[in-house]
Design a binder for this molecule. Structure first.
Ligand code: ATP
Ligand code: MG
Length: 558
């Protein structure tokens, strides 16, 4: 292709939303707003305040907070490339690229090895001085890499003698490769990712803003986009939206004294969180929701660990009958086998030991109290011993809600208790419980339920594309100012108003008004403007009358 043709083709490129992302458009956005508004209202009646954490955070926050073994962290995060800002670190970044891509030839007399060594030395020296000035991101793994480089530098130099002859040509590629890889993997800036979830962010914020000094518990909710690199399909996107809430509470120093009371209190908090969630689903009119609850015990030796061991032992016996994923999970995370949707594994899983038989007394008390509290609040639930949830940080209470019309992606909310997560992130001993609602799936389910084109509910009336209240038109340039005044006055009174940007003939104006689904047209010609009586046409029944400004407002309000 010629350069010109290529340029032309580039210019002609049609941009599309990136795979797994999508535009939310009117009238659907009215439904999104309605759902979010209901969340705000319901959550605030339970005493929650809104938190808006940033969209990107340190990779490490999620690696620690969500768990390095989870799919979310190990393969689904969107990493951000953040370039160094200072001159010295920019030089480091340049050296890093040059070194990682250098080809070092094994043939004698090539000056490339000496150049390579010189760059490596400059890199190490620059890194050390940038590090002293606090300009590079200090991590243990960076330090480890640096020491490795320094201790092997002699070996690298020794590959060539004073006169430029190669001493160990066969070692050249291997040794320089080590240097390339180590240097490439040094993180000059703090690695950052788009957030895959927000619980870790909320915990970080709790620590950062010393919220343990606020009145306890701290109740927060958030609404916003999350990012995970999953295979896009119905109800599964790479940018999706969650509405979530968290309750965080500093552990009182004397909590251990009255453990029974403490457990009952925790269970009441859990039940209230779930009650709030179900109230929200009821308020938005989501039908066919099913709440499942479970207790997955806690991480101490006699409780979940005992169960995991028992599970692993049973799984070993049936290993040959399981699929590859489950086989792998026997070692890595046997609880996740319970999550399997594979048809042929279901009968096998049904015979596995139940966690309820392994819970310690404390977890048993807590779980029984949770169920009693849910009953007291009239919350209907199912117990599901296989509900384990994917994130590492959960303990005791876990729950999930499914809805209709979503096919296999039918979970619209997941949540659980995560005492200890704040501590894991470097904060004080803190209890936590929360949930995240998948807003995209909630919307899908609502739309499925209502039928896409059926007009029902306020959100559709509020939509900007479906209808306006008044179309204001004028005849004659002299009357334009009055039309502008009329539009301004009507909008100030809360009516949705549209007007053409140029004067239109009478017939054309009415045609436009009915295309826009306007309920009324206000027509301003010489007569109207001079007499102060404006013509208003009801577009539904075709009736027409003349009214003063005040009378028009009165009429439209009716
Ligand atoms: P799933 O098993 O469906 O992948 P999950 O366990 O990964 O869900 P959580 O991390 O608990 O989900 O997130 C809570 C909710 O967020 C889910 O129940 C779901 O409704 C929604 N959700 C999660 N991932 C996506 C996604 N990629 N696209 C749309 N919604 C999602
Ligand atoms: Mg998932």
């Amino acid at each position: 292709m010629s350069e010109g043709a290529q340029k032309k083709q580039e210019k002609a490129r049609k941009f599309q939303a990136i795979r797994g992302t999508r535009d939310l458009l009117p009238p659907d956005t009215a439904l999104w707003n309605h759902v979010e508004q209901m969340a705000r209202e319901v959550f605030s009646t339970f005493g929650y305040g809104e938190i808006r954490p940033p969209i990107f955070e340190a990779t490490e926050l999620f690696a620690r907070g969500v768990g390095g073994d989870t799919d979310i962290v190990s393969k689904e995060m969107f990493r951000l490339q953040d370039l160094p800002e200072e001159e010295l670190t920019q030089r480091l970044a340049y050296l890093q690229t040059m070194i990682s891509y250098s080809a070092v030839s094994p043939s004698d007399g090539e000056p490339l090895l000496r150049e390579f060594v010189a760059r490596v030395i400059e890199f190490i020296d620059s890194y050390r001085s940038a590090s002293q000035k606090g300009l590079v991101h200090r991590t243990e793994s960076n330090d480890r890499r640096l020491s490795y480089l320094e201790s092997h530098l002699g070996g690298l130099k020794g590959l060539e003698n004073e006169s430029g002859q190669r001493n160990f040509p066969y070692k050249l590629a291997e040794t320089t490769n080590y240097f390339k890889v180590e240097i490439r993997d040094i993180a000059l800036t703090e690695p950052k990712v788009l957030r895959p979830e927000a619980t870790a962010s909320v915990c970080r914020a709790y620590i950062e803003h010393n919220m343990q000094q606020w009145p306890q518990p701290v109740k927060l909710y958030y609404i916003g986009p999350m990012f995970r690199r999953e295979r896009p399909q119905k109800g599964r996107y790479r940018q999706f939206y969650q509405i979530g809430a968290e309750v965080l509470e500093a552990v009182r120093p004397d909590a251990a004294k009255d453990a029974g009371k403490e457990l009952a209190k925790d269970a009441a908090v859990d039940a209230e969180v779930i009650e709030m969630l179900m109230t929200f689903f009821e308020r938005i009119g989501l039908q066919g929701t099913e709440l499942s609850v479970n207790s997955i015990g806690h991480a101490a030796d006699n409780c979940r660990r005992g169960y995991v061991d028992a599970l692993r032992e049973e799984l070993q016996k049936v290993k040959e009958q399981l699929g590859a994923d489950s086989q792998r999970r026997i070692e890595t995370n046997p609880l996740r086998v319970l999550d399997s949707k594979l048809e042929h594994e279901q009968a096998i899983i049904a015979k596995l030991p139940h966690i309820a038989d392994h819970l310690c007394d404390e977890c048993k008390t807590h779980y029984a109290e949770l169920k009693r509290q849910l009953d007291l609040r009239g919350v209907v639930y199912k117990e599901n011993w296989r509900l384990v949830r994917g994130l590492d940080y959960y303990m005791r209470t876990t729950f999930e809600i499914t809805a209709r019309g979503l096919g296999s992606q039918d979970a619209v909310c997941g949540g659980g208790r995560y005492d200890g997560l704040v501590e894991l992130l470097g904060g004080p001993p803190t209890k936590g419980i929360g949930f995240a609602i998948g807003e995209d799936r909630v919307i899908l389910s609502l739309q499925e339920q209502q039928g896409k084109e059926v007009a029902s509910g306020d959100w559709r009336a509020a939509s900007s594309r479906t209808s306006i209240d008044v179309y204001v038109t004028w005849m004659g340039a002299n009357n334009y100012a009055t039309a502008l005044h009329a539009a301004k006055m009507l909008r100030a009174n809360g009516f949705r108003v549209d007007m053409p940007t140029m004067e239109l003939k009478f017939g054309k104006a009415l045609e436009r008004a009915s295309k826009l689904n306007a309920r009324f047209a206000v027509i301003l010609g010489d007569n109207e403007v001079q007499s102060g009586e404006w013509t208003v046409k009801n577009l539904a029944d075709g009736s027409q009358q003349k009214l003063t400004e005040a009378a028009l407002l009165e009429y439209l309000r009716r």
